[in-house]
Design a protein around this ligand. Structure first.
Ligand SMILES: Nc1ncnc2c1ncn2[C@@H]1O[C@H](COP(=O)(O)OP(=O)(O)O)[C@@H](O)[C@H]1O
Ligand SMILES: [Mg+2]
Length: 496
């Protein structure tokens, strides 16, 4: 073999690592997130994903720092840990690196049989091309044993070519995409045949944001599989928010967060569609933002909680989303880290929050990057703080949002009653007693402007209370011989 060509076996350090790096990322979204976050760590500013129409092949292209043969072999001949943070845990451009465990890349074996890398680094004329074949993976682990503890995971075949020194990029081809993943990405899954499924394919951020605000969309499952995968990816990777993801007033309260994410300067396009965070809230009249800042002994966290006066839609946004180093940890947790469901259970569905938590919680993160170890001190401390915070927030939501909603309802009702009274006065009473009609109008008009009048107009009398008042007034103004007749007629009318 010439100097230009090389080959080898990708091995993992133990049966456990082999096991852990398989079956973790079974959905295309989960696998693509890993690859996209790798591009972020390589300081890419733009990542483009292309899904061939039948989704037999996926291409992920970034304009990042790239890798050379040495780096490839260092990481891939023996997968045991990541060397990404060896020198620094920040990228050259100052991003906190997301990768840590060193198995994200190879987990693509879950969704494809062959993976090809084409990459070059800035200032190097070396063009790296490697093909990784996962056929081995489909074999019995016992046949894949190498030496005492190592397990072979794939074969690789590489060449080194020449390219211009100033180019830098990484292209990853996922070939022979497997069964379910292919079906999902090809937009030919079940979804297509169910009428009414929505799609974001080929749409611009503005239209996507409008669709996400649509109250008729209850869940991401109202979208086809392809679109749902894009939403899931957007939730996890460090892309920007939509331009109008909140009302202007509320958005100004999270301006720093908005700016920070935009400042990461990272954009993602899937089949030409720009992917943003799928976090968009409907324009509820009654909504609020409550900021969260916590510096504890074991962990610190910052973020916001949004609350509105009805259940959040799509429901995937209900709960709490934790981010570590700008990448999501799993999806929204609708239990808010196990908050008692009995406390304001309905109001809990009105709340959606995001917290960026420091690296100490990263230690509590399980290898799947989706779940946290709930006995870790950082988790325990954060959980307690979030729960105390949430108790207060639920109170604020009840008084400010729910309270204000019922005040508005009351005002509306008072206005309606007022209208009816004025109508009776002008249509009925004015005919027999024009003076009194005017009095009535004067007494009740604008009942909504004064809270005590409002209360009076909405007051409910029982029949006996009503008799008492009417009889008293009748006795005051009518000659005794009419009182009897009056009460008799009144009783007849009320019983009719
Ligand atoms: N898009 C990319 N650009 C440059 N290097 C990459 C890219 N993707 C992966 N790598 C290299 O491959 C290594 C392995 O990636 P991965 O398995 O995801 O582990 P981790 O991200 O935890 O380091 C990375 O540490 C990095 O050196
Ligand atoms: Mg990674």
């Amino acid at each position: 073999m010439s100097d230009k060509n090389f080959k080898g076996e990708i091995r993992v350090a133990s049966r456990i690592v082999d096991y852990l790096s398989s079956g973790l990322y079974d959905s295309p979204a989960a696998c693509l997130k890993e690859l996209i976050n790798n591009s972020f760590d390589a300081d890419a500013t733009r990542v483009e994903v292309f899904v061939k129409p039948d989704a037999d092949r996926l291409i992920i292209v970034d304009d990042g720092d790239g890798m050379d043969r040495k780096e490839f072999e260092k990481h891939f001949s023996m997968i045991s840990e990541s060397h990404k943070r060896d020198d620094s845990d920040m990228t050259k451009s100052g991003r906190p690196k997301i990768g840590k465990i060193g198995i994200g890349f190879i987990a693509a074996n879950e969704i494809c049989n062959v993976m090809e890398i084409v990459s070059t680094k800035f200032g190097s004329s070396e063009l790296l091309q490697v093909e990784i074949r996962f056929d081995l993976m489909r074999e019995d682990p016992n046949k894949r044993r190498r030496g005492d503890s190592e397990i072979a995971k794939a074969d690789y075949f590489g060449t080194v070519d020449e390219t211009t020194k100033d180019s830098h990029f990484t292209q990853i081809f996922l070939k022979e995409v497997r069964g379910e993943a292919q079906e999902i990405l090809a937009r030919k899954g079940r979804g297509k045949f169910v009428s009414g499924k929505r799609s974001i394919y080929g749409k611009k951020p503005d239209s996507i944001s409008k669709i996400l605000k649509d109250k008729n969309i209850k869940t991401w499952s109202d979208f086809d599989f392809y679109s749902k995968n894009i939403l899931q990816i957007g939730l996890n990777v460090p892309v920007r928010y939509h331009d109008n993801w909140l009302s202007d007033k509320l958005q100004s309260e999270v301006e720093d967060i908005d700016k920070h994410v935009a400042g990461l300067n990272f954009s993602l396009y899937i089949d030409g569609t720009e992917v943003r965070k799928p976090i968009v809230f409907g324009s509820e009249e009654e909504a609020l933002i409550n900021r969260f800042h916590f510096k504890g002994e074991h962990v610190s966290a910052d973020g916001y909680f949004y609350a509105q006066s009805t259940g959040i839609k799509p429901q995937e946004l209900r709960g709490l989303l934790i981010r570590i180093r700008s990448a999501g940890v799993g999806e929204y947790d609708s239990t808010f880290l196990g908050f008692p469901p009995s406390i304001g259970s309905l109001t809990q569905t009105w709340i959606s929050g995001e917290l960026t938590v420091d690296d100490r919680l990263e230690e509590a993160m399980n290898i799947d990057r989706r779940t946290l170890r709930i006995d870790h001190p950082a988790y325990v401390e954060l959980q307690e703080e979030v729960h105390n915070y949430l108790s207060d927030l639920l109170k604020r939501v009840r008084t400010e949002i729910y309270g204000s909603r019922s005040i508005i309802r009351k005002k509306k009702r008072a206005k309606e009653v007022e209208k009816k009274i004025v109508r009776i006065a002008t249509h009925e009473i004015a005919k027999v007693a024009p003076e009194s009609a005017k009095e009535i109008e004067k007494a009740w008009i604008d009942s909504t402007s004064d809270e005590s009048v409002q209360k009076k107009i909405l007051r409910k009398f029982t029949v006996d209370q009503f008799y008492e008042i009417v009889v008293e007034v009748a006795k005051e103004v009518l000659p005794p011989k009419f009182v009897n007749d009056f009460i008799k007629r009144l009783t007849d009318r009320l019983r009719r």
